[in-house]
Design a protein around this ligand. Structure first.
Ligand code: URA
Length: 433
């Protein structure tokens, strides 16, 4: 086997054999494949696609590029994963809420990808916190606390860890094959009994139309169920940020508000968290209504916050995150409003452009080696249908310098359309089982 001929096959629209794709996945993990070859492979798959069998073979090869965990715990081992959006910090609330309901959540997560934020980058906005744990660490934290949000370790889906970082900076994200293999390799390697997928559609998602999202959701659900993991998907709206904040520390702050029981801080984020968690718990039996009620209780009672704080401490973060999160999260030196250039209703929000504005502020990566500034981003972002008057804020900008603030302000004004008619659709568009 050699990388050159595997890439050439895909370039010629021929899906390589299962053995070849398995070899490539191993090569990503053991460095038999170079960065240039991984980038060329990702671009060829992105442009020409694989067959259904090829997608499953790549997924399984990437899953088996490291260890596949199995568990012996007194509750179900479940997880959720999103295909990527902006202001999507569901995981930080859902994992501890599920843990408080007796579920075990070994959540192997990703970093920012293209314009979308990554759960790991958000968590690492908490000073001292390190998401790089060993497999033993993942096992211990999951068993003791109920949830562990961590990076793919050297042992779990190492092929995805490498390919993910390369896709982030090579415009090779929007591929059903690569997204399926990426998400499911790490989720299946984590040894889950059940999984719920949040397949985002809209201006801030990788899938821009409900048709594309439907194809991705079906590919994910079929591949995961085929591999023995009971899986459902919700197709959800990403035509505007889910939370009112974008940016790593700023999204953690919103999650802390929600975990403190303050639903109004981010009602859409709260509602989707409950819907995803209820769908997930119901995969194991019982009704979604019962599960939703348990999850709401877990948050309002403070139990979910306690689990989150315990996980933060176990990952090396401050021991008093629940009480003192305001003082721990970093703040940007420049904070100011971006104002509306005209009066009217917010009729469209280009989520991808907002996400890229945050990357431009330093909140995401332009190249693999970039260091993220956790403090920058946006807060109080308007929502579709909101009425704004000229000069009123569209959002508040948190920046490290005047130059980056000015560039982001221009991008944000261009990304938010103000017009005559209010407009917004449902948060949950379709359920796929
Ligand atoms: N999340 C992942 O883990 N991988 C992708 O490719 C997209 C979203």
């Amino acid at each position: 086997m050699d990388a050159r001929s595997i890439i050439a096959d895909i370039r010629h629209k021929r899906t390589p054999s299962r053995e070849a794709l398995t070899w490539f996945a191993d090569g990503l993990a053991n460095s038999a494949v170079s960065d240039a070859q991984a980038g060329a492979f990702a671009m060829a798959v992105c442009l020409n696609g694989l067959t259904d069998d090829g997608r499953v073979a790549l997924t399984q090869g990437m899953r088996d590029s490291g260890d596949v965990l199995s568990w012996d715990l007194p509750g179900p081992v479940l997880d959720k994963h999103s295909t990527g959006g902006v202001g999507d910090c569901v995981s930080l609330i859902l994992a501890p809420a599920l843990a408080a309901c007796g579920v075990y959540v070994p959540m192997v997560s990703g970093r920012g990808l293209g314009h979308t934020g990554g759960t790991l980058d958000k968590l690492e906005a908490i000073p001292g916190l390190d998401v790089n744990v060993t497999e033993a660490g993942l096992r211990r934290i999951t068993k003791d606390i109920g949830c562990a949000i961590v990076s793919a370790t050297g042992q779990i889906a190492p092929a995805d860890k490498r390919l993910y970082a390369i896709r982030d900076v090579t415009a090779t994200i929007e591929s059903v094959d690569l997204i399926t293999a990426s998400i499911l390799s790490k989720k299946l390697a984590a040894g889950l009994e059940g999984l719920v997928l949040d397949v985002k559609v809209g201006s801030g998602a990788f899938m821009k139309t409900p048709q594309e999202a439907g194809v991705l959701a079906r590919a994910l659900v079929d591949a995961a169920n085929g591999a023995g993991c009971r899986t459902a998907a919700l197709i959800t709206d990403m035509n505007q940020p889910l939370a009112p904040a974008l940016g790593n520390a700023l999204e953690v702050a919103v999650c802390m508000e929600v975990l403190a029981g303050n639903r109004v801080a981010a009602p859409h984020l709260y509602d989707l968290t409950i819907a995803l968690g209820a769908g997930l718990m119901a995969l194991q039996g019982g009704t979604e209504e019962e599960a939703a009620s348990k999850l709401r209780d877990a948050i309002s009672s403070g139990q979910a916050m306690a689990r989150f704080a315990a996980m933060v401490a176990a990952l090396g973060g401050p021991p008093d995150m629940a009480e003192d999160w305001h003082t721990h999260l970093p703040r940007a030196p420049i904070i100011g409003d971006v104002t509306a250039p005209q009066t009217g209703h917010v009729t469209a929000i280009d989520g991808q452009a907002l996400g890229l504005a945050v990357v431009g502020l330093g909140g995401g990566r332009q190249v693999e080696t970039d260091r993220i500034d956790p403090s920058v981003g946006l807060t109080d972002v308007v929502r579709l249908g909101d009425m704004v008057s000229v000069g009123q804020p569209l959002c508040t900008l948190h920046a490290a310098s005047d130059d980056t603030a000015e560039a982001a302000a221009q991008a944000i004004r261009a990304a938010i359309t103000i017009g005559p008619a209010p407009q917004s659709g449902p948060l949950i568009i379709e359920r796929i089982t």
